[in-house]
Each structure stands twice: as C-alpha cells, then as structure tokens.
Design a protein around this ligand. Structure first.
Ligand code: PEP
Ligand code: MG
Length: 319
C-alpha cells in the first residue's frame, strides 16, 4: 500500500468528485526539504525557522538566514515555501534573547508578541525573507497572532525590511490562526492577509484550555472537538472566495480529521514529510460533497469522540 502511495506521490491530490487539495510539508531543516520532495509534497506549508535560532549564542544574521532559506527553496525546486517568522517564547528560550520568567509561558510572550519586542531581530528575519522572495516563490507567515494590530505592525516591519525596492511582488503574507480570538475576528484580518494557516496544535490548546503535551489532559486535547471545528468553520466561511485557508497542525495528517477539514473548506493540508503520500491517498478517496454534509453534522456534536465515530462510519461506508 505504501509503495502504491509513493508511486502516486508526485501527482496532485484530487478527490473522487474532482476537488484538488494541496498537500504540502512542514519543514524544520534542509534535510526535511529533501524528504518532502521525495515524498511528493506540493510545497512547504510551514517552515519552522526556529531551527536556525536555537542552540547558539547569538542570532543568525541576514546573510546566514538568507542562505538557509535559499537552500530550502532550491531543494523545493520551484514549489512555494512558507517561511514562518520566529516562534519562540518562555517554553523555548534563547540564550541571547532576554525573556521574562513566566508562570504560564503559553499565555505569555510567545511568537509575534516576542518578535515585536525585539524588532531588530524581526527586521533582520524579514529582510532575509524578502531577499528570498525576490528569487523564489515565497510566503511569510506570522505565528501566535491574536489581534489584527499585530499583523499591521508585522507588515510595517516587513515594509521597512524590504527597503527601497518595496515588497517583493510575489511575496504572499499570511497569519497563523492559533488563538481563538484570531479565528473569531477573521473578518478584521482579511485586509492584511493573502492567506491564513490554521495551527490546530495551538488552536486546540487554547480553545480547550488543555496544554499540548501535558499527559494529564490528553483526553481533552483533540482538534476534532466541535468547539475547535466551529472556529475552523467560522474562518473558512469568512475566507471563502477571498483568501486560501490551510491547516498546518497535526490534525492535517489525522485520517479522521481530513474529511472534516476538507468538508469545512480547507484546501491545503501541510503535514510532516513522511505523511505526505498517506494524506494524498486519503484525499483521493474522498467525496467532498459528502464531506461537507459530514462536517455540518460534526459541528452539532457534543465531543470529539462523537465526531470520530461519525467519520469512521462514513469511511467504512456505513455513513
Ligand atoms: C500549531 O500550533 O498547530 C503549529 C503548526 O505550530 P507549532 O506546532 O509549531 O506550534
Ligand atoms: Mg503553534
């Protein structure tokens, strides 16, 4: 089965009723990019740039970052790469960035909040991203955004970093949707974004108040909880016909979540490189009209377990 999936991996993922879903890869290194291409990824939907910043005594300069982004872009051979700006915080400290000690780092200075406090660092990263975008199809994505004002500020820094040439024409600018307030206020974000990518790992954590990775609350932590799905639905409805919606959290490679996400209107799934062939195969088995009906029903359910049962029933032909 894996061999058949791999043979088809380079082909687009098109559902039984003809809907195409982009299946991209999440990357944290140039080696991941090689794995993504071998697995047939349509692009890189999330490049976690943290790998360039961790385990060192000073921040990488513009030149060094640009070289790494170019190495990834060259490996992706013309496919679009989505570079996420630095997403660190109290849970992932950096020795050269003074960070407050926080009792609740997941509710503290993370992602864009920290980047806006250290604008020189953000400006350097934006400069490296702009240079890359003048040479390769590139998107930039901002993590942990909770209010449109943060996107306005991030865009200001991007514009400063772009210099006299202005923003690269082919650069797409997007925000991650990881905080419930951002999902609920999606309309207010639309003037400032070309796309959004839903980070279901953090969105699930913040919606259910269940810390990701905390073993005591794993039963609660499920992106198929209808509360999370209602937020995703809200985003997809506002975005329809205006901007693209991707999902780049773990849910994107969960075979029971994929029919629901596609049914809600998600048209890009970004997953770990090794999952790409399996996710493409799962999309090819779907009837999107049926998924849409399934998703409507999922939104009305009480819990993630009910949703999983519903999807299982459909996939096994009983639904
Ligand atoms: C997410 O939160 O779903 C996400 C993709 O970002 P990360 O896992 O890097 O926090
Ligand atoms: Mg996240």
């Amino acid at each position: 089965q894996r061999a058949r999936q791999l043979a088809l991996a380079g082909e687009p993922a098109t559902s039984l009723d003809g809907t195409s879903v982009v299946v991209a890869a999440n990357l944290g290194s140039v080696a991941d990019a090689r794995a993504a291409v071998a697995a047939g990824a349509d692009g890189a939907g999330l490049v976690r740039t943290e790998f360039l910043f961790l385990d060192r005594s000073s921040a990488p300069g513009v030149e060094e970052q640009h070289d790494e982004y170019v190495a990834i872009a060259e490996t992706m051979a013309g496919r679009r790469i989505t570079l996420r700006t630095l997403d660190v915080g109290g849970d992932k400290p950096l020795s050269y960035l003074p960070m407050p000690r926080e009792a609740n780092p997941f509710l503290g200075q993370r992602g864009i909040r920290l980047s806006l406090e250290h604008r020189d660092l953000l400006r350097d990263q934006m400069a490296a991203i702009c240079r890359t975008a003048r040479e390769f199809p590139t998107s930039v994505m901002i993590p942990m955004v909770s209010t449109p004002g943060e996107m306005v500020e991030a865009r200001q820094v991007l514009l400063e970093a772009a210099g006299p040439a202005g923003l690269p024409e082919a650069l797409h600018i997007g925000t991650m949707i990881e905080v419930p307030s951002a999902a609920l206020k999606i309309e207010a974000f639309l003037p400032y974004v070309d796309f959004v990518s839903i980070g279901t790992n953090d969105l699930t954590q913040y919606t259910l108040a269940a810390e990701r990775g905390n073993g005591a609350v794993t039963a609660l932590f499920d992106a198929l909880d209808p509360g999370v799905l209602q937020l995703i639905d809200h985003v997809c409805r506002a975005a329809r016909g205006r901007i693209d919606v991707a999902v780049c959290g773990e849910a994107a490679s969960d075979e029971l979540a994929i029919p629901v996400l596609v049914g809600l209107g998600v048209r890009e799934l970004s997953v770990s490189p090794s999952a790409v062939p399996r996710v493409k195969a799962a999309v090819r088995e779907l009837d999107v009209a049926r998924c849409a009906a399934l998703a409507r029903e999922a939104l009305t359910m009480a819990g993630a377990d009910d949703v999983r049962k519903l999807v299982l029933a459909m996939l096994s032909g009983a639904g």
